[in-house]
Design a protein around this ligand. Structure first.
Ligand SMILES: Cc1cc2nc3c(=O)[nH]c(=O)nc-3n(C[C@H](O)[C@H](O)[C@H](O)COP(=O)(O)O)c2cc1C
Length: 188
């Protein structure tokens, strides 16, 4: 079973990526291979169905990689910073490049981070999108704040808040339970 964590921060080394790294560790403890596709590291071009723009080879290759990993994934985690009270445009653009065929009846976990007043609203907005893509957004979600993280000497962020560490375990267990006990295999 393979998972794909898509991170929609505009920042390299974001809090959302740090949380994703923490979750990846837990998935791997359960022998669930999980990849992080960080859109700050591997940007993709804006969706352009008219073909008026000319994306670079790098953008095109990044998109092809995202699309093939999404198709292969058995479950997803969608991660976003809080941007203006919602999830990021970067993540929305990535989702617009994907389809129901990528998400249909697959479990999807939602995670996010705010720098101002902590908010789960970006995740509520994402929940609607996941439903439209025919994915199954699991009930447990994780909405952190910058203050839930510390920095290593080299500046790398890590999840330090113990309550969120515990919640991360529950979140991972729940996704795994949905993946292993899917009653919807015949609907895929
Ligand atoms: C365009 C933009 C809009 C933002 N809007 C909000 C907001 O509405 N509420 C908030 O709490 N923080 C807001 N922030 C701050 C981010 O949530 C904050 O920088 C956070 O650390 C981002 O998490 P990340 O490190 O995972 O990218 C905004 C940041 C940007 C760049």
């Amino acid at each position: 079973m393979k998972g794909l964590i898509i991170v929609g921060s505009a920042k390299l080394g974001s809090h959302t990526t740090a949380l994703s790294q923490y979750l990846k560790g837990h998935f791997e403890e359960h022998d669930f291979e999980t990849e992080i596709f960080d859109l700050a590291e591997k940007p993709i071009h804006q969706l352009d169905v008219s073909g008026a723009s000319t994306p670079t080879e790098t953008y095109k290759n990044n998109l092809a990689e995202l699309q093939s990993k999404a198709r292969e994934a058995d479950f997803f985690v969608l991660g976003s910073p809080n941007y203006h009270g919602s999830y990021s445009g970067i993540l929305k653009n990535a989702l617009d490049h994907l389809t129901m065929d990528d998400f249909k009846m697959k479990p999807v976990g939602l995670i996010g981070n705010s720098g101002g007043i902590v908010s789960a609203e970006p995740l509520s907005h994402l929940r609607l999108i996941v439903r439209t893509l025919l994915g199954i957004a699991i009930p447990t979600q994780i909405a952190t704040h910058d203050s839930d993280y510390n920095k290593l000497e080299d500046g790398t962020l890590y999840l330090a808040n113990e309550e969120f560490q515990l919640r991360s375990k529950l979140f991972v267990d729940q996704i795994i339970s949905f993946v292993k006990n899917s009653p919807y295999e015949h609907l895929k």
